[in-house]
Design a protein around this ligand. Structure first.
Ligand code: ATP
Length: 526
């Protein structure tokens, strides 16, 4: 029974089109009058025809599109596509995978001749956002297959189409981690202060234009208050500035000191003359006095954390005596369930409060030297890797710390360990003197003068920062130990809770040349 309300008002001629009317006249029609409303029963084909007509007239054939999510940027709005495929017994003919760097589910392969291929609507590289209205965010490929299996007649996909190669090169978003603080208020050269972006070391910026050699345009990721690009100093400009501001580092001659072995102090005085000289020569050969590129920005890519992913390895670095072990010790005491350590090797003598295999494996200078020969270095690296691997498989939820010398960071600075590198930095020299003396850790060396060691520590910290600063995710100033510990714990908590983490692009570079370029502070992609 087809109810035709229009019939009542205007009679036959108003049902659909004239063609409809003509058809109607040709059919067998039964009409009845009931309460002033006209009813008529029609044969099935004709009834279907009217349904189709009405559907077309009301444009009912178009799919009901879900609303555009709020977080889609204006420029992205047109890139969401809804694809509806009729389901048959055949599989769709596509494979999907999770993109490691973005966490997105993407079409990995389209099988030739399969339904997906024949439809021409789904392509390799397309990002799947939803299946039948169910969001695929944080889902794994194996969780998505049952969603497809249980859908009835049709499967509806919400897709972000893959970009063509040309579009890719134009549209690839470029993110960097800032390696310095920038305050436009203190920059007299900025063309327009209101158009500038202030940022802190460690902030993530999206570079939206590099057309100008001196001023780039960038957005501050995580600052939802503004979507407007602002000016930041380009890498080139910042490098020039750093070099001009570094006369002390560049021209300071090596300090002439009394023979190192002639004095004893809380920390370095216990080192052999050889070790002290070696440390100093390393500083001069690799530090600010060598060919060091100033830290400006380093390219990063977002990584969407998987709920089952292990915590990242936390690597602590800092100049000798700054308090790396003290921080590790206190962290372990504060929560032994949550934190674990790896035990490094050292050639320095054991201190009173230290135990073999706890803070370090104490080995002789000779053994340590052996470990540093090129051949042994491989086995040391292997040992380090296997120790870390074992630990990672034994207690997956524990956050592991390891302290390494900055030169050794490269052994763990890989996608396998995904280290989070924390640089433990001494405070200003006055605070260093005050806090260390107050803590009385020079008590076992009566009559020592730690002043030179404090200076060495400051020098070494400066060298490490200028040489390896681009690898540091976090800098903790160890003045007051309780404050430093609190800050470190808060930072690790934030790291654990963050859904998106920013990994250096070099971890994902396949060719060593590209990796090297990306490591040298973006010089490759300018
Ligand atoms: N913030 C601080 N205030 C006072 N004393 C501190 C502080 N941090 C560390 N110390 C003390 O300084 C001494 C050296 O610290 P620690 O052994 O942790 O240094 P380290 O960085 O591990 O050196 P190394 O790498 O040579 O072992 C210890 O006696 C420690 O208790």
């Amino acid at each position: 029974m087809y109810v035709c309300k229009t019939l009542q008002r205007h009679g036959w001629s108003h049902i659909g089109s004239f063609r409809g009317k003509q058809l109607l006249m040709d059919m067998r029609i039964t009409t009845q009058c009931q309460n002033g409303m006209s009813f008529f029963s029609l044969d099935r084909p004709f009834q279907s025809l009217l349904y189709v007509h009405d559907a077309v007239a009301q444009r009912d054939f178009e799919p009901a599109l879900p609303s555009v999510p709020d977080d889609v940027l204006e420029e992205d709005e047109d890139s969401v596509k809804i694809v509806s495929l009729v389901k048959t017994k055949e599989p769709l003919g596509a494979t999907i995978k999770r993109d490691e760097s973005t966490g997105a589910i993407v079409v990995a392969r389209i099988m030739k001749g399969g339904p997906a291929d024949k439809s021409g609507l789904i392509h390799e590289g397309d990002e799947l956002k939803e299946v039948n209205g169910i969001s695929l965010e944080c889902k794994k490929p194996k969780e998505i297959i049952p969603l497809l299996a249980c859908s009835q007649n049709e499967v509806k996909f919400k897709i972000i189409p893959a970009l063509s190669k040309d579009e890719m090169s134009n549209k690839k978003k470029l993110f960097v981690r800032a390696l310095f603080d920038y305050d436009p208020v203190e920059d007299p050269t900025i063309p327009c202060q209101d158009a500038a972006l202030a940022f802190k070391r460690g902030n993530i910026l999206q570079i939206v234009s590099m057309n100008d050699d001196t001023w780039w345009q960038a957005l501050h990721i995580g600052d939802s208050s503004s979507n407007r690009a602002r000016l930041i100093p380009s890498q080139q400009l910042q490098e020039r500035r750093v070099v001009l501001q570094r006369p002390r580092a560049l021209f300071k001659p090596p300090a002439v000191r009394a023979p190192a072995g002639s004095r004893r102090s809380f920390r370095l005085g216990k080192k052999s003359r050889w070790a002290r000289e070696r440390a100093r020569s390393w500083r001069w050969s690799t530090g600010v006095h060598g060919l060091v590129c100033p830290s400006t920005y380093t390219e990063v890519i977002p990584h969407h954390k998987d709920s089952k992913e292990r915590p990242r390895l936390v690597v602590l670095v800092g100049p000798g005596g700054v308090g790396v072990n003290e921080l590790k010790r206190r962290l372990l005491i504060s929560d032994p369930e949550r934190y674990g350590v790896t035990v490094p090797y050292t050639s320095r003598p054991k201190r009173k409060q230290e135990n073999e295999g706890v803070e370090y494996h104490f080995v002789s200078v000779h053994t340590f030297e052996d470990l540093l020969t090129p051949y042994a270095n491989v086995s040391l690296m292997y040992k380090t890797s296997s120790i870390l691997r074992n630990i990672k498989t034994i207690i997956p939820d524990t956050i592991y710390f390891c302290s390494v010398s900055p030169q050794s960071i490269k052994h763990v600075y890989t996608c396998e360990f995904k280290p989070y590198v924390v640089f433990v930095k001494p405070p200003r020299i006055e605070e260093l003197r005050l806090t260390r003396r107050r803590a009385k850790f020079i008590c076992d060396d009566v009559g020592t003068n730690p002043e030179e060691d404090f200076e060495d520590m400051m020098d070494m910290a400066e060298t490490m920062e200028s040489h390896y600063g681009h690898l540091f995710d976090k800098v903790i100033v160890n003045g007051d130990i309780a404050t430093a510990l609190r800050e470190l714990k808060a930072d690790l908590k934030k790291l654990e809770e963050a859904d998106v983490q920013w990994f250096p692009a070099e971890w994902f570079c396949s060719s060593p040349t590209t990796a090297q370029r990306s490591c040298s502070h973006l010089s490759g992609w300018i």
